[in-house]
Ligand binder design. Sequence first.
Ligand code: SF4
Ligand code: SF4
Length: 163
Amino acid sequence: MFEKTGIPSKEMVMGKFPSIERINKGPVAVIECYKEIPCNPCETACKFDAINIGEDINTIPAVTSDNCTGCAICLTKCPGLAIMIVDGSKSETTVLIKIPYEFLPLPKVGDTVMGLDREGRHITDVKIVGVLNPKSFDRTPIVTVEAGRKYLYDLRNIKVEAK
Ligand code: SF4
Ligand code: SF4
């Protein structure tokens, strides 16, 4: 399915997530880079030695979750919008998920919007708890959503209705 649609299988997705124990400790990057491509802005952006690509720029990035602070700089630098930050430390019932979001309009803090899975299906509604829009053309806006814990591994995007 991935080769035809670009949509990763559940197994591929799960292989990119750190343990739930690590997620519950605080924010951590999930890097959904599945293909060997010549790209490395995530690695060069990370000041904490948490992303390693190595000598061959085509290598899929490896994440050392224990080094990751969840700063999200890599998220803003990834041209493939492949990175999100997940944080299970704030609540036993919800998780915070930072996603790259390059559509307009941007949502506003306090909005409730549609939460979508990797196939674009509406799986739940999520609350917007943060919006960071760097005024620089080489940075991607970051939207932070609060979602029910059961959507941690499925939620990947949002849909904001224009008003
Ligand atoms: S979130 Fe920050 S510390 Fe973690 S991998 Fe990305 S740049 Fe490195
Ligand atoms: S910047 Fe994004 S697309 Fe490029 S290697 Fe890193 S995660 Fe993959």
